[in-house]
Design a protein around this ligand. Structure first.
Ligand code: KG4
Ligand code: ZN
Length: 369
């Protein structure tokens, strides 16, 4: 079964065709991140306008990339460049679209386009919860790796720009919410501290790149954890609480206070060190709580997902911590952690519940479950 996925929940405009929930036939992403660099964050109106401009070319590109599709012009009955409104796509079985959560203007672009295509092409349409779908990046096949789908039950950690969610997944579509952030999301903490340090947008990759320039130099490091070796001490909010909630706004405040104390010159000199300390604090909390949830619920897999799961330190630390424990960890390749439409299509295959196009609506406040 081949599903065309469409994703426009934040500042990306993405389309992808995925076969049987695992095989990526095409994956096209247009990001307006460059436009937001000037403002240091997303302006929803700017993002939506850009998506209106990009959505049709992005979908056309995704269909064109899927070389096996053999699109044809219905009037001339011969192959030509795709024009999605007059062509037929016999090889596409369904359309999947993100309905939420996200920015209303952005979501509407994807949802209304998907509805129109479902009507014109007479194809089933599947509404998709963006947060649940992120986890399905772990079901996608990888080049040069023998494919094995994750085992249930699983703990899922979804860490993105607007969300930090821990869920127990007992099967496809069977989600139990365990906890989430009480204030800022992990990605938001990366973005806000990057802005404070003048590192640009999006903050996650910027903090990670700056942190990579800092090497911990401690001659007495044996037996001391990586986190303890930092001279800059930042809090690990809620790391010891028994629940599975998170809080990252205090960490941002701690960085504000630190930069005030250090003054401009010293902050500039120690930027990489501060970035590394912030990254370490965020990663420590995420890793600790996720591992604790995995132990408590005796799961078979841990699934990471969302833009922050692209973070190298988080990936390495989680893999190290798992060691030879009885469960395995799955982390999508960085490119599939950040927003794209492959996992939207993948999710729709494993949770195939098409609805009439008249019933699909953007739902900006949708929760993970
Ligand atoms: O999942 P995503 O692409 O979009 C949302 O659904 O929000 O996540 C975007 C978030 C941003 O906050 C960005 O700074 C963060 O993911 N991010 C990273 C990295 N790459 C993206 N955070 C830490 N390290 C990274 N390498
Ligand atoms: Zn996302």
């Amino acid at each position: 079964m081949r599903i065309l996925g469409i994703e426009t929940s934040c500042d990306e405009t993405a389309a992808a065709v995925v076969e049987d929930g695992v095989r990526i036939l095409s994956n096209v992403v247009a990001s307006s991140a460059e436009l937001h660099q000037k403002t240091g964050g997303i302006i929803p109106e700017v993002a939506a306008r850009e998506q209106v401009r990009c959505i049709i070319p992005v979908i056309e590109e995704a269909l064109k990339d899927t070389k096996i599709l053999g699109y044809y012009d219905t009037k001339k009955k011969k192959k030509k460049s795709p024009n999605i409104l007059v062509s037929q796509y016999p090889s596409i079985d369904a359309i999947a679209v993100t309905i939420g959560p996200g920015l209303i203007g952005s979501l509407l672009v994807g949802v209304e386009t998907a509805k129109t295509l479902a009507y014109v092409w007479q194809k089933p349409i599947v509404p998709v919860n963006h947060l649940q779908a992120h986890l399905y990046a772990n079901w996608l096949e990888r080049k040069h790796t023998k494919h094995k789908v994750p085992d249930f039950p699983a703990i899922g950690l979804v860490v993105s720009g607007g969300h930090t969610e821990l869920v127990l997944m007992k099967g496809h579509g069977k989600f139990q919410w365990l906890g989430g952030t009480r204030d800022d999301a992990a990605g938001e903490c990366f973005d806000k501290t990057a802005r404070l340090l003048g590192l640009g947008y999006p903050g996650g990759p910027a903090i990670a790149a700056s942190a990579a320039k800092f090497e911990i130099r401690n001659s007495h490091s044996e037996g001391i954890s990586r986190s303890e070796q930092f001279e800059i001490k930042l809090p690990r909010p809620m790391i010891h609480t028994k629940d599975f909630d998170f809080s990252f706004s205090g960490l941002k405040t701690a960085v504000i206070n630190l930069t005030k104390k250090l003054k401009n010159q010293e902050t500039e000199k120690r930027k990489a060190e501060i970035a590394a300390a912030v990254q370490q604090a965020i990663v420590d909390v995420l890793a600790e709580k996720t591992l604790r949830a995995a132990e408590k619920y005796q799961v078979k897999s841990i699934l990471l997902a969302g833009g922050v799961a692209a973070n190298k330190q988080l990936r390495e630390q989680m893999r190290e911590a798992i060691g030879d424990k009885r469960y395995e960890i799955r982390i999508p390749p960085p490119k599939l952690c950040t927003d794209n439409a492959t996992y939207i299509a993948g999710y729709a295959y494993f949770n195939y519940q098409p609805v009439s196009w008249q019933k699909i609506q953007a739902s900006p406040g949708l929760r993970i479950c």
